[in-house]
Ligand binder design. Structure first.
Ligand code: ZN
Length: 344
């Protein structure tokens, strides 16, 4: 597990680790080995990762530096990614993850002596931008919702953006042009798409995980329908490389297509299961008035129907389909109740 998450596990990586340990601690499948809840689950607890989800080699520096376009680079370490574009007037950095506090500046120095002049926040989450303070007085660009959320956190390491937008924003720095756009609330309110046309690359964090099934609660999505709509927008882009923000490798248009197929498949099978599982009967199976218990039984019944279908279809295609899919089915079932989208 240590090698899977890399040398410096991200906050998200630690959460994953913690979840696995919690499952082990609960004795779900490791009864008798759960004395120490901090002990990671044995590798045999979960299905093996398909080839496209496995970790990639990391150099002696402790991070991966991938050139993704003529002037654009991605940095990966500890299961987290950031990116930067070298313009004729300075470096534009996309995100400042604390887990890349050393790797990102080192990678930039390796490529150019130009100073960092611009920092784009993909969204407000700490695991992606809570080292922003280290870049000092640069132009910081983010969605207006991201600015609002940052303001509430009072985190000195997440200074407020100096420039915000609501729908679209073109950032031109020297000879580089980046198109920033907002597809509506998705993984988080304010989570944007950053498209670098000349680099044939797009960045959107925490929506598509190349080679992997979604993290718990659809990647802690603020809006599950919004995550599906964001996939639709990403699928329209004419790009060669996609940077998703986590796990081990960069993606392609094909990774976006496969992720979109997965999330729609999970959504559609859950829709069918809900139609075939009337809710009312479950409330008669619990103490009168225990609404939570009745609802819980209904959610479990829906998950019982969908989980085996998804596992059969996807376990060999994406990483960790057996880890969070059941919870994600429940997340989708709740979204059906509260979001009730009519466009999916
Ligand atoms: Zn996030």
């Amino acid at each position: 597990m240590g090698t899977i998450e890399g040398r410096t596990p991200s906050r998200r990586g630690l959460l994953k680790w913690g979840s696995a340990a919690a499952v082990a601690g609960a004795g779900v499948a490791l009864a008798g080995q759960a004395a120490n809840a901090a002990e990671p689950a044995t590798p045999t607890k979960f299905a093996p990762l398909p080839v496209g989800a496995k970790p990639l080699p990391v150099g002696p520096e402790g991070y991966r530096l991938d050139k993704v376009g003529p002037e654009m680079y991605a940095v990966t370490a500890g299961g987290t990614q950031a990116a930067f574009v070298v313009s004729s007037k300075g470096v534009i950095v996309i995100d400042a993850p604390p887990s890349l506090a050393d790797a990102l500046p080192a990678a930039i120095k390796k490529v150019t002596s130009r100073p960092v002049t611009h920092l784009i926040y993909s969204h407000h989450h700490a695991d992606h931008i809570a080292n922003a303070g280290a870049f000092g007085r640069v132009t910081r660009i983010a969605h207006a919702e991201t600015a609002r959320l940052i303001k509430g956190e009072r985190d000195p390491q997440r200074p407020l953006p100096t420039q915000t937008f609501t729908d679209r924003y073109t950032l031109t720095v020297g000879d580089q042009r980046l198109e920033l756009s907002y597809p509506g609330v998705n993984h988080e309110a304010g989570n944007i798409i950053i498209h670098a046309p000349r680099q044939r690359t797009a960045v959107m964090i925490d929506v598509v995980m190349p080679g992997w099934a979604p993290f718990r609660a659809w990647g802690t999505a603020d809006s599950v329908p919004g995550v599906l709509r964001a996939h639709d927008e990403l699928a329209k882009l004419d790009i060669d490389t996609f940077i998703g923000g986590h796990v081990h490798r960069l993606g392609t248009r094909e990774d976006i297509r496969v992720s979109r197929e997965f999330v729609h498949d999970l959504w559609n099978h859950t829709t069918e299961a809900i139609a075939a599982t009337p809710m009312g009967g479950f409330f008669g199976m619990v103490e009168a008035g225990n609404n939570w218990a009745g609802f819980r039984l209904w959610l479990e019944a829906v998950a019982d129907k969908v989980e085996p279908i998804i596992q059969r279809k996807w376990l060999s295609r994406l990483g960790a389909v057996d880890v969070f899919t059941r919870e994600n089915i429940i997340t989708v079932a709740l979204s059906h109740v509260v979001d009730a989208p009519r466009d999916l």
